[in-house]
Design a protein around this ligand. Structure first.
Ligand code: 5GP
Ligand code: ZN
Length: 121
């Protein structure tokens, strides 16, 4: 999709700091990190959110999680722990409607889910 930010990153039209990639996934650092490690894992294919990925291809959803684990290991946060987040829809704070798995770690993360509190704040 020409007007999709993450499709443009996949196409190489917009630069990103890529830290991991597979045939069907791409991982790059979040431009506005909310934790010492903050990486986004996306399917190369344009799918709106995690549920759309699962509906289109459950294996692809698993590949995103597996890529997240690989990134966590490469970042040295697999033992200390990390958070995987798929924001879905406006109340979650989803701003880019191309599915992306946030990998957050490298520090003790605050609790989440409180109204008005978004990741990184
Ligand atoms: P969402 O809020 O939709 O779950 O997450 C979108 C994420 O994309 C945000 O954390 C935001 O910082 C990140 N982001 C927005 N624009 C860019 C960009 O151009 N490059 C990178 N690497 N990340 C971006
Ligand atoms: Zn897209």
């Amino acid at each position: 999709m020409a007007d999709c930010l993450f499709c443009r990153i996949v196409a190489g039209d917009i630069p990103a700091t890529v830290v991991h990639q597979t045939a069907r996934t791409l991982a790059f650092r979040d431009i506005s990190p909310g934790a010492p490690t903050h990486v986004l894992i996306i399917p190369r294919e344009h799918l709106t959110d995690a549920a759309a990925v699962a509906a289109a291809d459950p294996t692809l959803l698993a590949e995103l999680v597996t890529a997240g684990a690989s990134v966590a290991a490469a970042e040295g946060i697999d033992a200390s722990g990390y958070r995987l987040v798929f924001n879905t829809g406006p109340d979650s704070g989803q701003t880019v409607f191309h599915a992306h798995l946030h990998v957050l770690g490298g520090a003790q993360l605050g609790h989440f889910g409180q109204p008005g509190v978004r990741h990184g704040e």
